[in-house]
Design a protein around this ligand. Structure first.
Ligand code: 5GP
Length: 188
């Protein structure tokens, strides 16, 4: 998506460890106009799916997910990184964090995810696909159906995209990065 690629070129910063920082417009300070355009584009790309729920993982997936949920007029469910003692009917899975280099548990309440649900997962980044795999597990535990997975930015030089697509999942990414070598962003 040209708008996003231009913004990454303008305001993205490459950090050590193959990390792209987009905290001026996606991850920390957020640009709602860009966010809305990205949501509309994701909705367009999944137009042939019947989606009745958007899912994401806190925290940075929530902003794009709620914009997509708004466009689709469906609820948005985010997986929580802490397991609250008060949650009913809890479904739990384990996710390895690329940026923090450690595993953590995420959970959702089965009260909000069940057999009738057709889920579109939305997240800011796709790297090795660990967050996505955690969501696939939660959707499976709930007996729900995964309709697709949409990302703002895919790091095409990491394995997640290939793995998810080879499982037959409809994956869409608005900007695919082939390399962050020499602190330069190269798009596919
Ligand atoms: P994965 O689970 O696909 O390995 O990694 C995706 C998650 O890690 C995303 O939810 C995102 O928060 C974080 N992440 C992965 N790579 C990057 C990156 O280059 N920059 C930022 N800001 N976050 C990343």
């Amino acid at each position: 998506m040209q708008l996003l690629e231009d913004r990454i070129r303008q305001d993205g910063k490459v950090a050590p460890g193959n990390v792209l920082r987009v905290d001026g417009f996606i991850n920390h300070q957020m640009d709602p106009i860009l966010m809305r355009e990205m949501a509309k584009e994701l909705v367009r790309r999944f137009a042939n799916h019947q989606v009745n729920k958007v899912m994401t993982i806190e925290a940075s997936g929530i902003a794009p997910a709620i914009m997509v949920g708004d466009c689709l007029n469906v609820p948005v469910l985010f997986a929580k990184k802490k397991t609250p003692s008060t949650m009913d009917n809890m479904l739990v899975t384990e996710v390895f964090s690329f940026t923090k280099n450690k595993s953590y548990t995420v959970c959702v309440s089965g009260d909000y995810l069940g057999e009738g649900d057709r889920v579109l997962f939305i997240d800011d980044f796709l790297a090795n696909g660990n967050a996505a795999k955690g969501i696939i597990d939660l959707v499976k535990q709930a007996g729900a159906t995964l309709e697709g997975m949409g990302f703002l930015i895919e790091k095409g030089f990491q394995s997640g995209g290939e793995e998810l697509r080879s499982r037959g999942i409809h994956v869409e990414s608005l900007a695919i990065i082939d390399s962050l070598d020499n602190c330069t962003v190269t798009f596919r």
